[in-house]
Design a protein around this ligand. Structure first.
Ligand code: SF4
Length: 422
């Protein structure tokens, strides 16, 4: 979502004749787009801003801005601790950026706008995209779910969706620009709703556009994953056989305290139906360990879901309280050592499952979309399967953006290795 927002802001600024530079010392304007979902992300932004202060000391004319969720959430703190920051804009205020930048300042004024909107979806703005394979398209903004651990509803505001017509226009535009793949984005992508039309209808419409080879979406909420969506996903081969399906926790009492609004059994039933109806489906997930009140027995419920579903990959996190959320007020916190121990056990198990699922592909032929040189060798390419797995193979005459057939002959960790066939 932040990558998309950065592209959106770049699009706005390019219209104002700003050009992008890869050399930070050349920049006259530096915008740091921020995330508040985890404490770690915020710590990184503080460190980055401290580095930028050195630049600002050297060149007081350079303008420095903080955009996104941290700007929304921590504006007072930023104004106090980082007085050299010129611009602070929340996620609904990007449209004002060119106008604000054109106003004369005397380097002691701060431009601050963090009003949240119930309407803003940037429907008419198209991002300046850089990558040439996958295009992110934000189809909605905000979230109404109010999970008790999450800051998003406070930093990105209430849920609102773009029109299907505008999304379809943008998909056609990225197809014409040569993109092969589109990822539809939303904090809660499957609660998309515009003028009575729902996410599965949008998905079917995007799948009917010629020239787009692969469609992905992220992240769906288990509560809103209904039979219509599963049917449209399963019926349309262009919709890739990968679903990111955030579990967060396996214990019903922890799910309730998280306000996730589904049960362990609901999640398991859906995961089973997904695998039954979508051939070769990969399921990835997000899981939090050490949520306040989580006992070892609760943790074992999460482990049980892992053992039943055998996720292909997982993003695993130690719970960190986000000030302003309901869970930050819960008193029964889990000791840090316990959190760490649970996280390590979870990661070990997930590594086993990832390898198990990837090894099952050895000997099979998969369609790979060529992306770029592999990190380790210029003689190899890296690509991605429909199920979102990275594949490394020796180069032949294929180019990035081509679809090729690869026979898988090895699996190590999250990576598959193979050779081009056909
Ligand atoms: S669904 Fe929950 S975790 Fe996801 S963005 Fe909304 S409040 Fe946050």
């Amino acid at each position: 979502m932040n990558e998309y927002d950065s592209e959106l802001v770049a699009g706005l600024l390019e219209k104002q004749d700003y050009t992008r530079t890869e050399i930070v010392d050349e920049a006259q304007l530096i915008l740091v787009n921020t995330c508040s979902v985890r404490e770690n992300a915020e710590i990184k932004v503080h460190a980055r801003l401290s580095n930028l202060k050195v630049m600002k000391d050297r060149n007081p004319d350079v303008k420095i801005g903080v955009l996104g969720c941290m700007a929304q959430n921590l504006k007072e703190d930023l104004l106090k601790s980082k007085p050299f920051v010129d611009v602070i804009l929340g996620p609904d205020s990007y449209r004002k950026l060119p106008e604000l930048l054109s106003q004369p300042t005397d380097n002691s004024d701060h431009v601050v706008d963090t009003r949240l909107s119930r309407m803003e979806v940037y429907d008419d703005l198209f991002p300046a995209r850089r990558e040439g394979i996958n295009a992110w398209i934000s189809i909605m903004r905000g979230c109404d779910k109010f999970c008790t651990f999450c800051i998003v509803p406070f930093t990105r505001g209430r849920e609102r969706s773009r029109s299907i017509a505008s999304i379809v226009k943008e998909v056609k535009q990225i197809r014409d620009a040569g993109f092969m793949e589109v990822t539809l984005l939303g904090q809660n992508v499957n609660s998309f709703q515009h003028e009575g039309r729902r996410f599965h209808e949008l998905l079917a419409e995007v799948a009917s556009i010629d020239g787009i080879e692969r469609i992905r979406y992220t992240s769906p909420h288990p509560q809103d994953f209904d039979g219509d969506l599963l049917r449209v996903h399963a019926e349309n081969p262009k919709v890739c056989n990968h679903i990111h399906f955030p579990l967060q926790a396996g214990s019903d009492s922890i799910l309730e305290r998280m306000n996730r609004t589904y049960t362990k059994q609901h999640f398991l039933d859906l995961a089973r139906k997904m695998r039954e109806q979508i051939p070769g489906l990969a399921i990835s997930t997000d899981m939090i360990v050490g949520f306040p009140g989580e006992t070892e027995a609760d943790f074992q419920e999460t482990i049980d879901v892992m053992n039943q579903v055998k996720f292909d990959t997982a993003f695993t996190f130690k719970y960190s309280p986000r000030p302003g959320t309901k869970a930050a007020e819960y008193a029964d916190t889990v000791p840090e050592a316990e959190k760490q121990d649970r996280l390590e056990r979870m990661i070990m198990l997930q590594k086993e499952h990832t390898l198990l699922r990837n090894k099952a592909l050895i000997g099979t032929r998969v369609e790979v979309l060529v992306e770029k040189d592999s990190k380790k060798s210029e003689k190899q390419h890296q690509g991605r399967t429909r199920s979102n797995k990275i594949v490394i193979f020796n180069k032949a005459s294929e180019q990035p953006g081509e679809l090729i057939q690869v026979e898988i002959n090895d699996a190590q960790g999250i990576t598959l290795f193979g050779r081009i066939v056909d």
